[in-house]
Design a protein around this ligand. Sequence first.
Ligand SMILES: CC(C)(COP(=O)(O)OP(=O)(O)OC[C@H]1O[C@@H](n2cnc3c(N)ncnc32)[C@H](O)[C@@H]1OP(=O)(O)O)[C@@H](O)C(=O)NCCC(=O)NCCS
Length: 173
Amino acid sequence: MTSVGLSIGHSLCTLRQWREGDEQSLAANANNKKIWMNLRDVFPFPYTLKNAVLWIELSKESKTNFAIDVDGQAVGDIALTMQGDLMRRSAELGYWLGEAYWGRGIMTEAVRAMTDYAFQSFDINRVFAGILEYNAASARVLEKNGYVCEGRLRQACSKEGKLYDQLIFATVR
Ligand SMILES: CC(C)(COP(=O)(O)OP(=O)(O)OC[C@H]1O[C@@H](n2cnc3c(N)ncnc32)[C@H](O)[C@@H]1OP(=O)(O)O)[C@@H](O)C(=O)NCCC(=O)NCCS
């Protein structure tokens, strides 16, 4: 379906702005070490209600960061981070989904919608994502959306005291 920028409707989920009232569902779905293990350390673990309140306050007007809504509940997040300087026509894609919703094709659909939205709404030419080497599910989500693995940054990431390679996936307009 068409993107109006602030709410993108699809069959499995809707991407929409974060809003007051999402706090409980956000904290309940985000508070999961299996999610944290695949994200930057800036993503909190444990993820408290206070973290959720702050996130919604910061994000609710955003046009690049959306809640993933399934049956009226905000159960994940998907965001574009616009790059600067020489990379000004690139955006980084990041996302997570509550574990109870994994394996239903939801993120495949969300990434498709967000990638279309990115190219339709912003003067960018490239969307990329950096994933930890062990994140096979995320690699598959990206591949299913036409993202190509462009490279492996050896030992680029440190998580819980261990070094991991980062894989860079990208799609261009
Ligand atoms: C990665 C994540 C977003 C996937 O969301 P999802 O809605 O379950 O993904 P989908 O159901 O759309 O697709 C998952 C695909 O990965 C595959 N997959 C799942 N686990 C896998 C594994 N261990 N090895 C290989 N493939 C795997 C599934 O079979 C499916 O592919 P298919 O349709 O070809 O069968 C979700 O697991 C998550 O939020 N993980 C934690 C946070 C995270 O990793 N964020 C991304 C950081 S880059």
